[in-house]
Design a protein around this ligand. Structure first.
Ligand code: BDP
Length: 326
C-alpha cells in the first residue's frame, strides 16, 4: 500500500512537472550578458513570472544569462533576425544602428539618475522605444545602468590630464570612441566578455563601467584604480524581436508590454541595492577610488562630440527636450 502510494505520488509529481514544463505555449528566450542574479536578469525573470500569471501559463520567458547566446553586438543581430526572442542590452551597442539611441548615450546629458528616469519615463523615452520598430525590433522598457566611470590598471586618475595616453575599452559605439579621444585617451571598442583578459594581458589599460558591472565582471581585480567622473548614464533597454512579437495576439502583445513596464520599478529597486553592495565589495577588496574629481573639464571636452553626433533637427530637439526636463 505504502509502496503503491509512493509510486502514485511520484507519478503524480512527474505528471505535474511535465505539465508545468509543457504548459507554456510560447517560451520566449531572452538574452543577457550578465550572470544569474544580476538586477537585469532578475528583472526579466520577474517579467516572466508576471507573464505566466497573466496568461495562465501560456507565455513564459527563459533568460539565457552570462552571455550564453553571445556578446551584445551579435545577440542584437540575432534578435533582429528573430533567432532570439528578447534581449536586455545597454543602449550603447545600438548607437551605430539606431541614431535616436545616441541621445541618452551622450556624455553628461543627464544631470542625475533621477533626471534620466524622468526623461526615459516620458515622451523622449517613448520616442526612442518607437525608433526600434524601424529595425525589426519592439522596444519594451528601459532599465537602469547607473553611471559609468573610468578604471585602469596603471594609476589613479585625478584630473583629465591623467587620462592622456591610456587605452580604454569602450562599448561598440563610434560615439564612445570619439568621447574617449576627446578626453585625450585612446579607445578600443571590444565586446564586454573580452575586457578582463585584455586588461590582464595589457592589451588595454582599462575600461569604464558602473559599480555592479565593475564588480560582477571581476574587472576590479585587474584594474584597481577607479575614478568617479561619471561621464555616462546610459540606460539599458529590453527589446523583443518583431517577428516573435507579431506572432502574438493583440491581447498578448499588450500583456507583454505591460509586464515589461511593470518590471521597471522592481528593477530600479534591485539596482539601487546592488550598486551599494557592489561598491562595498570592491572597496573591501582594496580598490583605490577617486571621488573628488573636477568634472568641468570633462564636460567641456564633450562639445565636439555633441557637434558631431547631434546633427539633425530631430536629434537637436531631443537634446533640448532632455535639457528642459526638470
Ligand atoms: C554593462 C551593461 C551591459 C554592457 C556592459 C558593457 O549592463 O549591457 O554589455 O556594461 O560595458 O553595464 O559592455
Amino acid at each position: 500500500m505504502t509502496f503503491t502510494k509512493t509510486i502514485g505520488a511520484a507519478l503524480l509529481a512527474s505528471v505535474a512537472m511535465a505539465s508545468a514544463a509543457t504548459a507554456c505555449e510560447v517560451t520566449l528566450r531572452s538574452s543577457d550578458t550578465h550572470p544569474d542574479g544580476y538586477p537585469t536578469v532578475a528583472a526579466v525573470n520577474h517579467m516572466g513570472d508576471l507573464l505566466e500569471e497573466r496568461t495562465d501559463g501560456r507565455l513564459c520567458i527563459e533568460v539565457s544569462h552570462s552571455a550564453q547566446l553571445g556578446q551584445e553586438k551579435d545577440t542584437i543581430e540575432q534578435t533582429q533576425f528573430g533567432v532570439i526572442d528578447m534581449n536586455r542590452v545597454s543602449l550603447g551597442p545600438f548607437n551605430n544602428i539606431i541614431e535616436e539611441t545616441q541621445i541618452p548615450s551622450l556624455p553628461y546629458i543627464f544631470r542625475s539618475v533621477e533626471h534620466m528616469h524622468k526623461v526615459m519615463d516620458g515622451p523622449v523615452g517613448d520616442q526612442i522605444l518607437e525608433a526600434f520598430s524601424d529595425h525589426d525590433l519592439v522596444g519594451l522598457a528601459f532599465f537602469d545602468g547607473g553611471s559609468r566611470s573610468f578604471y585602469n590598471s596603471q594609476k589613479p586618475i585625478n584630473s583629465i590630464e591623467d587620462l592622456a595616453g591610456l587605452k580604454f575599452r569602450v562599448m561598440q559605439s563610434d560615439m564612445f570612441v570619439d568621447m574617449v579621444s576627446a578626453l585625450g585617451a585612446n579607445a578600443t571598442p571590444m565586446p564586454y566578455g573580452e575586457v578582463y583578459s585584455s586588461i590582464q594581458t595589457g592589451v588595454i589599460d582599462g575600461a569604464e563601467n558602473n559599480w555592479p558591472s565593475y564588480d560582477s565582471s571581476g574587472h576590479f581585480e585587474v584594474a584597481q584604480y577607479y575614478t568617479l567622473d561619471q561621464h555616462l548614464i546610459v540606460p539599458e533597454v529590453l527589446v523583443m524581436a518583431k517577428s516573435s512579437f507579431d506572432k502574438l495576439s493583440a491581447e498578448d502583445q499588450e500583456i507583454v508590454r505591460q509586464a515589461a513596464r511593470d518590471s521597471v520599478p522592481v528593477m530600479r529597486e534591485l539596482w539601487a541595492a546592488r550598486e551599494a553592495e557592489s561598491e562595498a565589495r570592491v572597496r573591501a577588496a582594496g580598490v583605490e577610488i577617486v571621488t573628488d574629481i573636477d568634472k568641468t573639464p570633462f564636460i567641456e571636452a564633450m562639445v565636439p562630440v555633441y557637434e558631431k553626433y547631434v546633427t539633425s533637427p530631430v536629434l537637436q530637439q531631443m537634446v533640448a527636450d532632455i535639457q528642459a526636463t526638470e
